[in-house]
Design a protein around this ligand. Structure first.
Ligand code: MCA
Ligand code: AMP
Length: 517
């Protein structure tokens, strides 16, 4: 059997000179720590051997909620290498959120920050997890202490194309979060397509400034660099000043739109700073045309916008060079997400399942080797999201123009994308409605200059009860990840409703659209 282990493919692309720098962790104070390709090889082998020594069942999940560090990436790669299933968790998640993910995924191993061991291990042990390790962003913790005693030799475990490599939780418009199951084949196919489509070359250097618990930072960025044998300049946290300082040493940068907005606010961002850059990639949320054109003006570079999902990894991209499938067009068109990637079939249908004419709007559906295997332990939900002929309904609404460019015009799912993180109003409303004195609530997304979009909560109090918007926000802060907290909360006598009694969120969006801009 051919080994389809994604790690094996990534490792095969490591350069011949194993002593060259693979990752340079850049600190805000100007210092840096360098890791060679040999270091990556050895460290992933040691952590993989630690996991193997635990004698875990086939397909065991390794759930990880740790601060970003090179060692956290090593843990991801080691999990692939050892053939287990990686389950990354946003560091902002609080106990109720973690309790759900651990209860639902039943991981055999949980790795958390040393400071969170008390509450995370309690949740994990209660849920039946046998092994809880700690990993700090300063190389402390039990994971590395234990791995240090393991051998640095390890053969990547044999995996089939269809074997699970990772589960990414993504919230739903109704009900609880669903775990999107991604296979080794999903991710390797996507990494190889992007390597070619984005023209990765020898000598490319990536600035990695995104978090590593979502598709963008964990897969698109890390796989992109590794499968090209490219060095990464690693920022543990996005800092526009550090990015600007390191830009002359780099050729590729990837960011959500907020990162571009914040970089544009730096007076030092100019053509000279970007002189060695080859490619700026944006995605995860809509890139405003103002950001796109201002970036061109300031740096001379045209941002390449692409589109993807947790369930599918990358789906479309503006061209990096001439695309022969589309008459050699090479223009990166602002406001569009470009062409379907090679191997991805993308169509736009109306609600009755008919293809819409060119240029008309409908639901975006996709098929391809990158499309996930289904939602973890939710076969009915999985079946609902696929058409009879095997296309995945993205929940995004868009159109394809006569030149083949895809534009996303909205979402049929009630979702707010704030600074690249997804916030589901239904989840926030559920928490608000539980608070004493609250009769009902509606959460809507409104434009925001930094995060693109943020949540605003509009609440009705129970008769005769005084409820305070600021107090609601304070209560939510104790329960939910910080990026999900509405940036404003109003208590009103009534919500606008249609004749069926349904809250008209479009009217609320209109009413609050000028709150931050
Ligand atoms: C931080 N805050 C936010 C957000 N981030 N509020 C709304 N939306 C956000 N995204 C708030 C915090 O609640 C806090 O508020 C205050 O800002 C400062 O928090 P801090 O963590 O220090 O913020 P930051 O470091 O400035 O973070 C902003 C950020 C971060 C760098 C833009 O949000 C980020 O890294 N975003 C990238 C997300 C990403 O990688 N998405 C890819 C998903 P308070 O002080 O009131 O508590 S993958 C995906 O979508 C698909 C597949 C795709 O296509 O890629
Ligand atoms: P998630 O599943 O959390 O990774 O979020 C995926 C969603 O992000 C998609 O379904 C889109 O709604 C949105 N998205 C990703 N990239 C873009 C983009 N370039 N423009 C607009 N929306 C995007």
């Amino acid at each position: 059997m051919i080994n389809h282990n994604l790690f094996a493919a990534l490792q095969a692309a490591f350069p011949a000179d194993l002593d060259a720098v693979a990752v340079e962790a850049a600190e805000p104070d100007g210092s840096s720590l360098k890791y060679s390709w040999r270091d990556l090889k050895r460290a992933t082998a040691m952590v993989a051997n630690l996991l193997v020594s635990l004698d875990l069942a086939e397909g065991s999940r390794v759930a990880v909620q740790v601060e970003k560090s090179v060692e956290a990436m090593v843990l991801y790669l080691a999990t692939l290498r050892a053939g287990y299933v990686f389950l990354p968790l946003n560091t902002a998640y609080q106990s109720a959120e973690i309790e759900y993910f651990i209860g639902n995924a039943e991981p055999a191993v949980v790795v958390c920050s040393p400071g969170n061991f008390g509450w995370v291990s309690k949740i994990a042990f209660t849920a039946g997890t046998r092994h809880v390790f700690t990993l700090g962003d300063d190389r402390t913790g039990s994971l590395l202490e234990r791995a240090a005693q393991c051998s640095d030799q390890h053969s990547p475990v044999k995996k089939a194309d269809d074997d699970l490599a990772a589960i990414l939780y993504t919230s739903g418009t109704t009900g609880r979060s669903k775990g999107a199951m991604l296979t080794h084949g999903n991710m390797l196919s996507n990494a190889l397509v992007l390597k070619h489509y984005w023209g990765w070359k020898p000598g490319d250097v990536l600035i990695h400034a995104l978090p590593i618990f979502h598709v963008h930072g964990l897969f698109v960025a890390i796989h992109g660099a590794l499968i090209n044998g490219s060095k990464m300049i690693w920022l543990s946290k996005f800092d526009p000043k550090v990015v600007l300082r390191k830009l002359p040493e780099a050729t590729v940068f990837m960011g959500v739109p907020t990162l571009y907005v914040r970089l544009l606010a730096e007076p030092g961002l100019n053509r000279d700073a970007a002189r060695n850059m080859r490619l700026f990639v944006a995605g995860s949320a809509p890139l405003l045309i103002e950001t796109f054109t201002e970036w061109q003006r300031r740096t001379g570079h045209t941002i390449l916008e692409r589109y993807g999902m947790s369930e599918t990894a990358m789906l479309t991209s503006n061209p990096c060079g001439p695309d022969p499938r589309y008459g050699g067009q090479s223009e990166r068109r602002g406001g569009t997400v470009g062409f379907p990637l090679p191997g991805v079939h993308l169509r736009v249908q109306d609600d009755e399942g008919r293809a819409v004419p060119v240029g008309e709007v409908g639901g975006i559906q996709v098929q391809g080797p990158n499309v996930f295997k289904g939602y973890w332990r939710m076969p009915e939900k999985t079946a609902e999201e696929f058409t009879a002929d095997g296309y995945f309904r993205t929940g995004d609404v868009g159109k394809i123009d006569e030149r083949g460019y895809v534009t996303i015009v909205g979402r049929s799912k009630d979702l707010i994308i704030s600074g690249g993180y997804n916030v589901y109003p239904a989840e926030i409303e559920g928490f608000i409605n539980e608070l004493p004195g609250v009769a009902e609530s509606a959460v809507v997304g409104v434009p925001h200059p930094d995060f693109g979009e943020v949540g605003v909560a509009v609440v009705i109090a129970r008769p005769g009860v005084a409820v305070d918007g600021a107090a609601i926000v304070a209560e939510l802060k104790a329960k939910l990840a910080n990026f999900k907290i509405p940036k404003h909360c109003d208590v009103v006598p009534e919500l606008p409703r249609n004749t069926m009694g349904k809250v008209q969120k479009n009217l609320l969006r209109e009413q609050y659209k000028g709150l931050f801009v």
